[in-house]
Write a protein that binds this ligand. Structure first.
Ligand code: MAN
Length: 526
């Protein structure tokens, strides 16, 4: 019975603590320093004074400990117990200054101000808030447990996928090698057949050119053979001053004779065999000159009778000359079909050339070899492509698996996600384990505020702070970087953003993964 009443009185003592007698402004923990039966020694030992000098509104101790309940010492501290709420120390200057600081009103005992004791109400509110936080933490922690479970499953799946991919890669690598050999084996006969075809085509092209050249020679022969006696004579040749060889603008008799192979005349056969080769570069088909320059003035017409007058009339522009030469050449090339020389639109000439350049279609056997080689190439490329894709997947899986997603992988659900917060000016975007960015709300491009760096929380709570670094350079400043502080909540949201110093950003990020196992809710800390 005695024991029970003792226990009860103890419990009631706990429920409403007995006020221990002590000078005003002294905390319970310090009350034993203030024993009224003895002189008082300043807490810093600077002086010992009669006890009645404690709180006499005169400062004796350098640390202000003799005046805990007055404003006399500049360095003094006033303690309010704030029963029902949290005890508090105030600078002694706030004692009796007309402003209620302590919720138990004890700091304003002699200022004429009436302060209400609000400690109980404040304590109730605080307990309510703490309770709510604890509830959030509890629920958040439940979510976190589910996240951990999910993360471990996901990691297992990823690991499995990775192993499969690594196995599969070996198979595909072998396939690639096999298909490479198949391709090379198919390309060898393909190349041989194509080379043969190419050669045959080149031969044919050469033969066609020769035939055309011969036809051109014959045409020139008939053109030159003015008297149509079946012979081109020295005088007939001399009607073409462009054939001049010594640069004097005239074709002399001797020059003409040399061109005729030192003969006086040439028949069609010897013209084709020897003369044509010597003159074809310079030879201009008759009439061509007229047609090429239809807008000649009468004066020019006259001078045309002069040897090589046309050449003299040409402006000394190199480009012009070259163009003219080119045109002449193509005209000559196309002369098979140009019995009557006329200016052919250059597109026509080009088409003719293209026609000649066009390779003959491959014969069936060569085409079959090409098709087979092409198929082998495609299969090889296809296999190589899927090998590359596999390698990419392996790399990204390895990267993901290697991330530090918290002690139990609880943060892994954030990977690949992005969270935004819009402020007055910007849209901030946090993509955990990847990057942070800032984009002007109305217009303008995105600025990187850093890419994933590391966890930088304090020793026992490493996974509470993230660092993103090496963002866009700041003009005359550091590269942008961001610190992300994580706190517990049921949702995943960016709570706030700030730029405490230029180009150094701070984000508050709420996630259930940051919740800790809650302490007992019934434990009253106040
Ligand atoms: C931009 C933003 C700001 C930053 C300045 C620095 O305006 O990225 O956050 O302070 O550049 O010049």
């Amino acid at each position: 019975m005695l024991l029970l009443s003792l226990l009860l009185s103890l419990l009631s003592g706990l429920a409403s603590p007995v006020e221990v007698k002590r000078p005003r402004g002294v905390s319970l923990t310090n009350h034993h320093f203030y024993d009224e039966s003895r002189p008082f020694t300043c807490l810093d030992g600077s002086a010992t004074i009669a006890f009645d000098r404690v709180n006499d509104d005169y400062c004796d101790c350098t640390d202000g400990s003799d005046e805990p309940g007055t404003a006399a010492c500049p360095s003094g501290r006033f303690h309010c117990s704030n029963a029902g709420y949290r005890p508090q120390y105030l600078p002694s200057s706030r004692v009796n200054d007309g402003i209620c600081d302590c919720c138990d009103a004890t700091d304003e005992y002699n200022s004429g101000i009436v302060c209400e004791n609000t400690c109980k109400e404040m304590g109730r509110k605080e307990r309510e808030a703490l309770k709510q936080m604890a509830e959030v933490a509890k629920e958040g922690f439940e979510i976190k447990k589910a996240l951990i479970e999910e993360a471990s499953k996901r990691k297992e799946e990823k690991q499995k996928k990775l192993t499969e991919l690594q196995e599969g890669k070996k198979v595909v690598e072998e396939q690639v090698e096999t298909l490479r050999s198949v391709k090379e084996a198919a390309e060898k006969p393909e190349k041989e057949a194509k080379d043969i075809h190419q050669k045959a085509w080149e031969n044919q092209k050469a033969a066609e050119r020769a035939a055309r050249d011969e036809a051109k020679a014959e045409e020139a022969f008939h053109e030159l053979d003015d008297d149509a006696d079946g012979m081109v004579s020295i005088t007939e040749l001399q009607t073409h001053p462009e054939l001049d060889t010594d640069g004097d603008g005239m074709l002399s008799e001797t020059e003409a004779q040399t061109l005729l192979g030192n003969a006086l005349q040439a028949d069609v056969a010897s013209f084709q065999d020897t003369v044509w080769a010597a003159i074809k570069e310079k030879y201009k088909a008759e009439g061509l000159v007229e047609v090429q320059h239809p807008s000649k003035t009468p004066v020019e017409e006259e001078t045309d009778t002069q040897p090589d007058a046309h050449v003299d009339q040409l402006p000394p522009d190199k480009d012009y000359d070259e163009e003219d030469d080119e045109e002449r050449e193509t005209e000559e090339d196309g002369s098979d079909e140009m019995k009557v020389p006329s200016p052919r639109p250059s597109s026509d000439v080009k088409a003719l050339e293209d026609e000649l350049e066009k390779m003959l279609p491959y014969d069936e056997a060569t085409q079959a070899l090409i098709d087979a080689a092409q198929k082998a190439r495609e299969q090889f490329e296809e296999a190589e492509k899927s090998l590359k894709e596999m390698e990419d997947s392996i790399r990204s899986l390895e990267k993901e698996i290697s991330f530090a997603f918290g002690p139990h992988g609880e943060f892994s659900y954030l990977y690949g996600q992005c969270y935004e917060l819009t402020t007055n000016e910007y849209i901030y975007r946090l993509c955990p384990f990847n990057r942070v960015s800032q984009k002007p709300k109305h217009s303008g491009s995105e600025t990187s505020l850093g890419t994933w760096g590391s966890w930088i929380g304090p020793g026992d709570n490493k996974f509470s702070v993230m660092k993103y670094e090496h963002g866009t350079g700041c003009w005359q400043g550091p590269n942008r970087s961001t610190i992300v502080k994580l706190s517990c909540g049921k949702e995943t949201v960016v709570l706030s953003t700030a730029e405490p110093s230029r180009c150094e950003y701070l984000m508050e990020f709420v996630t259930p993964a940051a919740c800790h196992e809650p302490k007992d809710l019934n434990h009253d800390e106040l």
